[in-house]
Design a protein around this ligand. Sequence first.
Ligand SMILES: Cc1cc2nc3c(=O)[nH]c(=O)nc-3n(C[C@H](O)[C@H](O)[C@H](O)COP(=O)(O)OP(=O)(O)OC[C@H]3O[C@@H](n4cnc5c(N)ncnc54)[C@H](O)[C@@H]3O)c2cc1C
Length: 418
Amino acid sequence: MSADARRQRVVVVGAGMVGVSAALWLQESGHEVTLIDRGPPGRGASYGNAGIFATYGCIPINAPRRLIDAPSMLFDAESPLSIRWSYLPRFLPWALRFLSACRPGRVRATVEALAAILARAEDGFLPLARRAGIESLLGPAGALYVYESDESWRRDRRNRERRRAHGVAFRELDPSEVHELEPALADVVHRGVYLEDVFHLRNPHAVVDRLARAFVQWGGRLRHAEVRTIGNGLPGLLEVVVAGERIAADRVVIAAGSWSKRLLGRLAERIPLDTERGYHVVFPEAASLLRRPVAPIEGGFFMTPMEGGLRAAGTVEFAGLDAPPRPERTQALAAAARRLLPDLGEPAESWLGFRPTLPDALPAIGPLASDPRILCAFGHQHLGMTLGGITGKLIADLVDGRDPPSVDLAPFRPDRFA
Ligand SMILES: Cc1cc2nc3c(=O)[nH]c(=O)nc-3n(C[C@H](O)[C@H](O)[C@H](O)COP(=O)(O)OP(=O)(O)OC[C@H]3O[C@@H](n4cnc5c(N)ncnc54)[C@H](O)[C@@H]3O)c2cc1C
């Protein structure tokens, strides 16, 4: 810890994967940490995701092809990517920035930045998992992408090349090799990509919950309250206002996922955070059908064997934070899963979650330009379970004044959109 990084009072807002990890790394650095969430830990986006520790995930959903594909997909309620008409006016400014980030040069920069942080993802998560004794919640059987047509196989060639160029190890499989790995898959598979080194979380909610319990066990303070505002308090200090109390802090970490912009109000007006809503359905009888997570590349979702059943999770809907879930989307998800696994049985649970996403698909990690005592840790889009741990470690680097931090933070600056 540098000279100016004495033991500080740090408040972390949001007990999802990102906030809990930040709280643990800050605690490890010796700070006095209060973690606040309006609900129990891990009940936001970190609850119902696909659970893939996707260290290979350096290809953003921004892609030059989106400029061609998006208009036709967006308005189909059952498509893997959709938008509600009523949300269109609020969505447009974000969409324009998104499309601008789909230009080839920008995509290259995004891939570089994601690959660099993903390369450190295990260093950020596995030490926490070991210390908290939750290794049994990790499923180390790899992950499999399946392609149902030669067209989709050819279309994805550039992405496979990019992954390889960034050191991602995988094997290309023909249909018989796919079926050897996953005999229950229907006969619709044209090719496969097997990522042998990938592991998954067998219960993402339990992972976050157990990490939060470890934080409390080691002396951390967990508060159950809605944070209303963050502002100036006593001279030199920040003040976090929750119902009935004002909590003084030297530093505040905003890890409130998709709600971070709402929480920061005017302080974040230039940060174009939106949410990519995603769904899951769980088939309780079907966990043993797959040995590892399988993703049909055209479908935009994963089928992950988990505690409690086989979870089909994914797809993207733009409709903001307040619109109710749309049953057509979970029905379409269940039908798409059944095409690959006809013996799934009936789904027993469905869920809507809110991925926090910035238009260039990179998270915001670092100080707010308007008040550097407030640190952003949000916007992890499809990769928050994978990047939560390393983000937490980077936040501790920043609070401790470690320079340079363990990953170059320039691409993740919260003020890059100003
Ligand atoms: C369908 C789906 C599948 C996914 N699959 C994967 C995957 O396979 N691998 C992967 O790495 N990622 C995946 N993701 C993405 C991942 O789930 C998210 O990026 C990640 O959970 C974000 O974590 P977070 O901590 O930033 O946010 P959250 O988990 O949403 O946590 C934010 C917390 O802040 C709290 N909060 C908000 N406002 C306030 C306030 N004012 N006061 C107090 N508390 C507040 C909320 O209650 C919440 O608990 C998936 C997401 C979805 C939706």
